[in-house]
Design a protein around this ligand. Structure first.
Ligand code: PLP
Length: 411
C-alpha cells in the first residue's frame, strides 16, 4: 500500500513532469544521479543528429556552421545561470581535476608571498591530489594544510594562507558549507577561495556572485546529466580574468587561435582558461542536457530535494538503530546537499544487495552507503519503495552472501 504522505507529495510536486523527459528503466529506483545523472531523452536525438549530420555530412564545416568552436562558452553560459555567475565567467572544458589544476594555479599566482593552501582531509581525493601537485610543481614551496573537519575552517584562515580550497557539499557525508560566510571570512584575511561545486551544481541554487567567490569548478556528469565523462566547468570571477595566466597555455586560450602565431598571447576573457580543442560529442550532450533547466524553478528544486531527503531519513530512522545504520548527513536541511549517507558495517554488501533489487545507490570506502536525490526525476514513491527494500534486506540479511562481497573496480 502506498504511503498517503508520499502519494500526496507526488501529486502536488511542481516538478513531476520532468521525469518523462528522462530515459529511466521501469524496474530501477535510481539514487545515484549524484554520481552519474540519468539520460535526458532529447540528448539521444541531439547526439545522433550531431554524428550523422554535423559530423557525417557537414564534416569540418561544422566548426563554423554548427558553431562547434564556441561550445565551451555557450555551455558555460548555460551553467552560469545555474550557479549564480554572470555571463562570460564560466566555460565548459576538460575534467574537474584538470580545471582545478588551472584555477588553483591561477589563484596561487594572484596571491603571492603567502605559503599555505588550506583544504579539508575529507575533501574528495582528486582535489587533494591536484593540490599536492600544484603545490609541488607550480607553487613556491607552498604547504598543503588539511583541517580535520568543517568546524575548523575559520580557525585555519591566517595571513599566511594564499588559497582556501573547499568542496561546497562533501561527497561522502553530504555536509554543506556556508559559501557566503566562509568566502567573506577568507577575504577578510586576504585569502582567495576556490569552491568545488561537483555536488551542488544542478542540485540546488548556488550564488557564486552573491558570495563573491573567486574561482569555482564542477562536474558535468552528476546533477547536470551530461553523460559519462562529460566535460566539466570552471568559473573565474570577472575581476580575476586576465589578471594571471593559468599554466596550461594551449591554443584555445590564445587571444586569436587561428592567427597561428609563434608566441602565446593569452585572451583577456574567460577563454584563457581553455586549453585545447573541445570534446564536441560530449559538449553537445551536455549542452542538450542543460536545456532542461530552462524550465526549472531552482527554489522548487531545492524544496523538493529537502522534502525527499527528510522523507527518506524519517523512514529509515524507524529501523536504522536495529541494524547499526548511523546517519552521517546533517539532519538540518541548511547544512546538507541533496544526498543522504549512512555509515554501517557490511555497507558494501548491503549496497550490492540493494542494487540487485533495483535500488541503485553507491558505496564509499570505508563504510558509507550513499543515496543521491535528484529532484528532476525522483518521486516520493521511489523513496518509499527504497526504504521498504532496504528494511527487507536488513531484516532478512539477504546481503549476507558471497556474491555481494565481490568488489568491482568502481564502487
Ligand atoms: C566527482 C568529483 C570530482 C571528479 O573529478 P573528475 O576530474 O571528473 O574525475 C572532483 N571533485 C569532487 C568533489 C567530486 O565530487
Amino acid at each position: 500500500m502506498k504511503n498517503p504522505k508520499a502519494n500526496l507529495a507526488d501529486q502536488s510536486d511542481p516538478l513531476k513532469s520532468f521525469r518523462d523527459r528522462f530515459e529511466l528503466p521501469t524496474d530501477v529506483i535510481y539514487l545515484d544521479g549524484n554520481s552519474l545523472g540519468a539520460l535526458p531523452k532529447s540528448v539521444k536525438q541531439r547526439v545522433a543528429k550531431t554524428i550523422s549530420e554535423e559530423w557525417g555530412e557537414q564534416l569540418i564545416r561544422s566548426w563554423n556552421t554548427a558553431d562547434w568552436v564556441h561550445l565551451p562558452q555557450r555551455v558555460g553560459n548555460k551553467i552560469a545561470r545555474l550557479v549564480g555567475a554572470p555571463q562570460d565567467s564560466v566555460v565548459a572544458a576538460d575534467s574537474t581535476s584538470i580545471n582545478l589544476f588551472k584555477v588553483l594555479s591561477a589563484a596561487l599566482g594572484l596571491n603571492p608571498g603567502r605559503g599555505k593552501i588550506v583544504s579539508e582531509k575529507e575533501n574528495f581525493p582528486t582535489d587533494l591530489y591536484i593540490a599536492e601537485g600544484v603545490a609541488k610543481q607550480i607553487g613556491k614551496g607552498h604547504q598543503l594544510v588539511l583541517i580535520d573537519g568543517p568546524n575548523d575552517v575559520l580557525d585555519a584562515l591566517d595571513r599566511d594562507v594564499a588559497v582556501l580550497m573547499l568542496t561546497h557539499v562533501n561527497y561522502r557525508t553530504g555536509y554543506r558549507h556556508d559559501m557566503a560566510a566562509i568566502t567573506k571570512a577568507a577575504h577578510d584575511n586576504g585569502i582567495l577561495v576556490v569552491w568545488d561545486l561537483a555536488h551542488s551544481a544542478g542540485a540546488m541554487p548556488v550564488d557564486l556572485s552573491g558570495a563573491d567567490a573567486d574561482f569555482a569548478i564542477g562536474c558535468g556528469y552528476k546533477y547536470l546529466n551530461g553523460g559519462p565523462g562529460a566535460p566539466a566547468f570552471l568559473y573565474v570571477n570577472p575581476r580575476h580574468q586576465g589578471a594571471f595566466n593559468q599554466p596550461l597555455s594551449g591554443w584555445f586560450g590564445h587571444r586569436a587561435p587561428f592567427n597561428f602565431e609563434t608566441a602565446y598571447s593569452p585572451s583577456n576573457g574567460i577563454e584563457q582558461y581553455l586549453c585545447g580543442t573541445p570534446q564536441v560529442l560530449g559538449m553537445v550532450a551536455l549542452d542538450e542536457a542543460l536545456s532542461l533547466w530552462d524550465d526549472v524553478d531552482m527554489n522548487a528544486l531545492r524544496a523538493k530535494s529537502v522534502a525527499l531527503c527528510d522523507y527518506f531519513i524519517e523512514g529509515i530512522d524507524k529501523f536504522a538503530g536495529d541494524y547499526g545504520l548511523s546517519l552521517v548527513t546533517p539532519r538540518e536541511a541548511d547544512q546538507r546537499g541533496s544526498q543522504v549517507s549512512y555509515s554501517c558495517q557490511n555497507g558494501y554488501a548491503i549496497m550490492q544487495a540493494l542494487i540487485a533489487r533495483g535500488v541503485i545507490g553507491d558505496f564509499r570506502a570505508p563504510d558509507i552507503i550513499r543515496f543521491g536525490f535528484t529532484p528532476l526525476y525522483l518521486s516520493f514513491a521511489d523513496a518509499e519503495q527504497a526504504i521498504a527494500i532496504l528494511e527487507d534486506i536488513l531484516a532478512t540479511r539477504s546481503w549476507d552472501s558471497d556474491e555481494y562481497r565481490v568488489l568491482g573496480a568502481v564502487t
